[in-house]
Design a binder for this molecule. Sequence first.
Ligand code: AVI
Length: 368
Amino acid sequence: MPSTLLQGPIRPLNAHGAMTLSETTTVDCITRSAARPDTSQPCSRSAHESARYDQHFLQAVRQGLAGSPKRLPCKYFYDQRGSELFEQICELPEYYPMRCETQIMQDHIGSMVDAIERRRRPGSSLRLVELGSGSSVKTRWLLESLACPLTYIPIDISADHLMSVASGLRDDFPGCRIEPMAADFTTPLVLPEADDETTSATVAYFPGSTIGNFQPEQAKTLLRQIGELIPRHNNGMLLVGFDLDKDRDVLRAAYDDSRGITARFNLNLLRRINLELGGDFALSQFEHQARYNESLHRIEMHLVSQVAQQVHVGEETFSFAAGESVHTENSHKYSRQRFEALAATAGWSPRGTWTDRQGYFAVTLFEL
Ligand code: AVI
């Protein structure tokens, strides 16, 4: 088990799970975390400031706004309000990923489970490990269909939510062992041992297209790290959801919806800086933009300053030119071939792919 790779502080909040990035890499995005005051850090400026502010959040904001182009890490979208807005996004007619992935699970659970069961020794146990499990919503189809003996290991940093979800699952799936792990799954972890450790199989489950919020290089590192989570003598599999590249208008609408929910979600990051880091962003002076970057196959979310202005965060001042953007999120879109090539560099070989009826989203089973 490596001791480095994707490490970092994360404090995810709710139903959607979370993951983190390396503090030593430059990639800026992660999902669903909520910063709380972190008083364990040494004082860099004043005892007062250290006690009040989450130092990781503060440092990320300072660095991101001082750079050119300006950036803010998307992992900070997910405070309570941001998580609620994300849930609303998932219900929007324009935002297809959640609906499409759900449809895939409903339509193809039989063949997905067959593909997994074929790779399992008869009678041996199977561990299903969900990375950033949140409310384990899509996992229920798998738990209903996979054969026993089955152990489900939901991994999420939000311990309280994890425990309450686990207790509901124990009631609903009495034949299944539920072993929640409150942890940041991007840091080195050791899975609980299976009773038949040498013959059992392990499936890592990573739904939701969260992989797309990482730069391809980081996604590769994460995929490699997921492989290292699985003991060498196990049959290792990965079931992962990713968003397929598609018509740019469909993509733009998904990230710039007509009700303006995604705009509020994006702007909530500035609101959060105001609330938690003593910022004075005037939200009305920034506009949400979703840009499709064709050469990098990604939707970029930006907050564009409408005027030349100065903004304060704590004791620091940041200048914005009129039209200057803060880049807040990347959401990478893949073809099957590009995603399989990426996974191959991390040692994973594709064994089956399922898509929704429109061909917008894919779930692929990989094997080590
Ligand atoms: C969490 N993640 C997969 C979402 C996405 O589609 O990239 C986050 C999101 N950003 C704007 N809308 C949704």
